[in-house]
Structure formats: structure tokens, C-alpha cells
Design a protein around this ligand. Sequence first.
Ligand code: PFF
Length: 447
Amino acid sequence: MAREKWGTKLGFMLAAMGSAVGLGNIWRFSFVAGENGGGAFLILYLAFVVLIGVPLLLTEVSIGRKAESDVVGSFKKLAPGTPWHLTGFFGIASAFLILSFYAVVAGWAIYYFWNYVNGSFFSQPEVGYDGAFGQFISHSWHPIGWTALFMILTIVIVLSGVKKGIEAANKIFMPLLAILLIVLAFFSLSLDGASEGMKFLFTPDWSALSNPSIYIAALGQAFFSLSLGMGAMLTYGSYLRKENKLPSATLGIGLMDTFFAIISGIVIFPAVFAFGIDPSSGPPLVFITLPTIFEQMPFGGIIGLVFFFALILASLSSSVSILEVPTAYFMRVFGWTRFATSVLMGSIMFVFGIAVSLGFGIWSGVTPIGDRNILDSMDYLASNIFLPLGGLSMALLVGWYMKKATALESADLSTSPIGSFWYGIIKFVAPILILLIFLNSSGLLQF
Ligand code: PFF
């Protein structure tokens, strides 16, 4: 059977942007920035996006397009007879780890949407928005039901194969999400005490750089937000036609993703300070902040409703790219149908998701890595370790295993003046930076 292909380059761009822009830009960016001191984190994150992220994005897509296979198969094809393909399993493992908690958080977003549909979040519940959120996520099965709903939606899109649904939806909902975020940013900036939030986000406290955990956190956020290192962009690239040019496409994806992250920071942090919320509250941060902002706004109920709807779509366009990674792999290796494979993979992830959800309730004492709960542990392992390792492997393949001319050609940079610059980054800068950050976070090397 012929491999599926995107209809147009725009279709690919939309799907890849849809993959990049999601909960990572709004939910994860805000709480990781909040936990890591704000401004200094933002600078590091931006530096990593420019220095490692965008060049690696081009690399990852070019590997997929050249090999026309999944994350394991592509390594096998391009480096035959070497153990390189084993690193593809970091990607498969990351997909399981990430979608298991992604679906839980997206389930929370659906629950919020529902509460705006029925009006119950139009005004502060008796226990406050933070109390209502705490009660909800610690419930034994309510959040699991919403997770199930989100996972079913993800599976349905993936099993439909052609990305027509998601491509079309993205065309409408990305601009809508952007407009809503800009409106919210202006509103948030008008709140009393907003300037403190802006200071937090844009005035770096350089002393934060002495904490090794900020480097790994910024690196992990750059990978997570750009959907890098897992093979999602690689798999999407494998459905591209050779004539589609990559450098401008990947730059566009990087810019769009960064725009969404910064704008959501401008929405969240002024409100965090104006309403006296602790910026380091972790994963609940936006779920407490956003309804508090909406409540203060004229037509806030409607804005909340539309906002969470757009957020659900942004999450869906990311989650399908995650589910596609193991689906493409298992379909090829076992010859299963797309239908069976996506249902099976999605169901396994849902079962992991149950554990993630219980980690906010009866299993809140379970802390697999350090003092992190189940969600934080899975996120840490996947985003801060597996994704950068996957990215490292791709950089080494293209920078050291491939011939320079082949590498440049597969990235459409043979005749470009920035070709050598990109190659130098992939060969030296990205691998060295990733290794240094690993050494630093493991305590073996102090910056
Ligand atoms: N980039 C997505 C987000 O920011 O929400 C999440 C994600 C998608 C991470 C795909 C990794 C991935 F491969």
C-alpha cells in the first residue's frame, strides 16, 4: 500500500503548527516559567529555541522526508546495519509518557469548557476557582471520564487517516486562539498590579541561572513546545512530497510556536500577580488564573467558553501528532490496520492516564522521581530526558553519520548561504549544548 501523503505544503504546515501549538504553549509554558523564576527562564528558553530548536526541527523533518518512514524505520533506513534505530524507541516511549498526561490535562480543559457551557464558571464557585479545581482533579473518576473523551476524539482523528478534519479545523481555530489570547493579554495588562507580572516575565533575575535545574527545564520546554525529539515532526515529514521546501516551513512553525508562548505569558503573569496567585503553583496555574481573569471581564463567560473550545482544538491537533508516532511504527512493523493500531495505542495510553489522574487524588503520595507526583515524573522523564536524547540522536545522525552534501540536500539547503551555518549548529552546537545541560543537571558539571 502506498504511504499516505499530505495534500499540500500548506496542509503539512498547518498540521505541524497544530502539533507544535498546544497545551505546551499555554499550560506548560506558564507553569514551568513560573517555577523557574520567569524572566531568566524566558531568555534561556528563547535562546534554546533559536540555537537548537529551529535547526533541529528542520533536521527532524528532513530525516522523515528523506527516509519516508516512522521514527524507528527512518533511522534504520538512513543508517542501515547500525544500532541507531534503537534511539527511535526513546521517541515511542516519549509518546506513551506524554500523551498519557496530555490527555488528562486536555480532559481538564474539556471540563472547563463544559462549565462555561452550563454557566457554572461564569462566577466564582463558593469554594473559589482554586477550590473547585482542587476538588475536581482529586475526584476518583470525574477527571478520568473527561480524559477518556479526549482520548476518543484523538483516536477518531488518527484512525481517519487523512488529516482533512484537523487541517481544516486548524485553519479556523489557530487564528481564533491567537486573537483571543491577544484580547486577553490586553485585558490582563489593564489589571491593577499587572506591571509586576510583566516584570516577572521580562526582567531576568540573573541569579536564577545559578540553579542547574533552570537549564534542563528550558531545554525540555523548547523540545516539548516545538514537538521535537519524539519523531512527531519526523513522521509528519515522512508524508511530505520531495518538492516541498523545508527551511521556510520550519522557521514559520518555530515563530508561530514562540509567539503563542510569549502571548500566553503576557496573559497569565499579570493576572497571577494581580490576583495574588503563587507563580510557582505548578500544573494547576492556568486553570486557576484563567477563570479568575474571565470573571472580571465583560462577556467573560462567553470569552471563557470560546477560549477553552479553541484550547481543546489546539490540544487535539497536538495529541494526534503524538498518537501518530507509535501508530505509524506499529502499523509498519506488524502490518496492523490504522484503525486497530490507533485504538490499541490510544487505549494503552488512556490506562496510563488513569494512573496520572489518580496521582492528584488517592495516589497523590506516589512520587516516582524526586518529590514529583505521577504527572510531573512522567513529564520530567519524557520532556527533559527522552526528547533531548531523541534530538541528540537525530543531530548526530545528520551531522556525523551523513555526508555533509547529503545533509544539506535533504534539508533543502545545498545552495543556501545559511547551509553551512545550519550544518555547524547540528554538528557541534546542538549536541554539545545538550550534553552540557545533561551533565549540569546530573550534578557532574557546574556552570
Ligand atoms: N508541542 C505540543 C504542545 O506544545 O502542546 C506537545 C507535543 C506534541 C510534544 C508532539 C511532543 C510531540 F512530539
